[in-house]
Design a protein around this ligand. Structure first.
Ligand code: XMP
Length: 517
């Protein structure tokens, strides 16, 4: 990482929007890092040397005894601060203002009225606009050095500032897309208040990263698990630029991929990496081990373990390997404080090619660990990676196994492959594919009675899943219109032997998850 790059430090108090703050800042080509509030130490601040701080929102109330506290180190650094929602209340409380429980909490779209000209609202030529609120406490008395810059329609304080100390507090969430001028407000903070000069540009990142990798890897061999997903693909292409013939890519086909996927992906990689691309067909072994396995977590564990076994066995055939390349992204690195469920609540044990074992005693190289998914795609575009690979919807490591709730078998896999293929092709044909973040079919473990022609049918039920999302952490179901639903349903029933009923999954995340298992 370029040491001259100015950095914004985002302090996470557990808001579901913390990563969104980071993404919005990156959209403005400014580098930022996220750390949980309890990890802020003098050493960390010295290491990062941030140009400014952003305090996130959070689910707790500053009125509760056990709520997160403000680390006073932040106030002593004389750096600009943008404090959002819970962050604003923390600042208020610490600087001897008053916070009280709201009689009517503000949630969702709210109108605010500008009361005083402020650098944070510069360039917004409306005095009244819509913002996104989500708070149960209000500021009832502002700290002495502050002034009020806006009030909501219900006369609740929606922003305050201390110009002298460059502390700007917002009760609403500028990072949420529903806030009008949200990006403008963040832009004002970064460029008019903090006066950021350096830019984090992905083209430059790509060039610098290749040089960095060249220096690090020199003429040593590196292996990389390649799944055909965006993260492992971009990792491999970057590594290829750095070490070329010393990169070995292993593609494990577990038999749970989509129709034609193994063939299509292999063809592209074979062309790119030649004999350094190694494909292992382990579908038989995976299916054997998954036989009669019913529980989602058991399935996930078996797939993860078998994957590692197969990968290790193949990797051992390549001699003198020193490094292991992995497609870890920034969201996996951030120790975000989980909003839904406690810190230890484990929803699913994720498996991906990034989770290869420590015992392989290889030095791990993670060239994408500072980036978000959309940034990885941009790096991919810089590397001229095939669009088919770059724009594909995310696909889970355990593949179709977690899209067939309960016991899986060859027949079910083949029905699901066909149904998924037809559904996805429909979305592509109707130009809906890129509007949807992820779409797939789930094959339910129940059969229902139907009639086709004059014949009774007794076949499986399929459920469609299509969601919109920013990062997969929260999601909304996509709203197809009646005509589209009818068309998809007939396409599936008429063309997939084994399905006679189609449902649509109207569940957001939370409370649902994207995958069914
Ligand atoms: P959930 O179902 O947890 O999924 O809402 C969120 C996103 O993660 C993907 N997913 C996985 N990706 N390994 C992966 O690489 C996994 O084990 C895994 N499980 C879920 C899922 O497809 C969605 O995009």
């Amino acid at each position: 990482m370029n040491n001259n790059l100015q950095k914004i430090l985002i302090i996470d108090y557990g808001s579901q929007y913390t990563q969104l703050i980071a993404r919005r800042i990156r959209e403005l080509e400014v580098f930022c890092l996220v750390y949980p509030y309890h990890k802020i130490t003098n050493k960390l601040l010295k290491d990062i040397n941030p140009s400014a701080f952003i305090l996130s929102g959070g689910p707790k109330s500053v009125l509760d005894k056990n709520s997160p506290k403000l680390n006073e180190l932040i106030l002593n650094k004389n750096k600009p601060i943008l404090a959002i929602c819970f962050g604003m209340q923390l600042i208020t409380k610490n600087l001897k203002g008053k916070v009280k429980k709201a009689i009517n909490r503000e949630y969702g779209h709210t109108l605010i009225n500008i009361k005083k000209k402020s650098a944070i609202f510069k360039g917004i030529n409306k005095n009244r606009f819509k913002v996104w609120m989500s708070h149960g406490d209000n500021i009832s008395k502002i700290p002495v050095s502050f002034s009020i810059t806006s009030l909501s329609d219900s006369e609740i304080i929606s922003s305050i500032e201390d110009i002298k100390n460059k502390i700007y507090c917002l009760q609403f969430h500028p990072e949420v897309y529903h806030t009008d001028y949200g990006l403008k407000i963040i832009n004002n903070f970064l460029f008019n208040i903090v006066k950021i000069k350096t830019r984090f540009r992905l083209k430059k990142f790509t060039e610098t990263k290749i040089l960095e990798l060249k220096n690090q890897l020199k003429d040593k061999k590196i292996i990389c698990g390649l799944s055909g997903g965006v993260d492992s693909t971009v990792t491999a292409y970057l590594l290829d630029k750095a070490v070329n013939k010393n990169l070995f890519c292993i593609f494990v086909d577990h038999g749970l991929l989509r129709k034609y996927e193994s063939k299509d992906v292999s063809k592209i990689f074979k062309k790119k990496f030649g004999s350094n691309f190694i494909k292992v067909d382990a579908s038989k072994l995976f299916l054997e081990r998954l036989k009669n396995i019913y529980h989602p977590e058991k399935k996930r564990k078996i797939i993860g373990k078998t994957f590692i076994e197969v990968f290790e066995k193949e990797a051992k055939k390549i001699t003198n390997v020193k490094f292991l390349g992995q497609g870890t992204l920034y969201p996996d690195v951030i120790e975000s404080i989980p909003f839904f469920g406690g810190p230890t609540a484990k929803i699913k044990s994720h498996h991906n090619v990034g989770g290869l074992p420590k015992k392989m005693k290889l030095k791990v190289v993670e060239p994408l660990r500072e980036l978000f998914k959309d940034e990885v795609r941009e790096v991919g575009r810089n590397l001229k990676i095939n669009k088919y690979l770059l724009l594909r919807h995310p696909f889970p490591g355990p593949g179709l196994a977690i899209r067939i709730p309960g016991i899986i078998d060859k027949k079910k896999i083949s029905i699901l492959k066909e149904a998924d293929y037809i559904f996805i092709n429909y979305l592509k044909e109707k130009k809906l594919y890129n509007k949807i973040w992820q779409a797939f079919v789930v094959l339910l473990p129940i059969k229902s009675v139907g009639v086709m022609g004059d014949e009774r049918t007794y076949s499986y039920v399929a459920s469609l899943r299509a969601i919109t999302s920013v990062d997969g952490m929260t999601a909304d179901f996509y709203m197809f219109n009646n005509k589209q639903l009818k068309e998809i349903s007939s396409l599936l029933i008429n063309n997939v032997k084994g399905i006679n009923r189609v449902l649509y999954d109207f569940t957001s995340k939370p409370p649902g998850t994207i995958e069914w298992e």
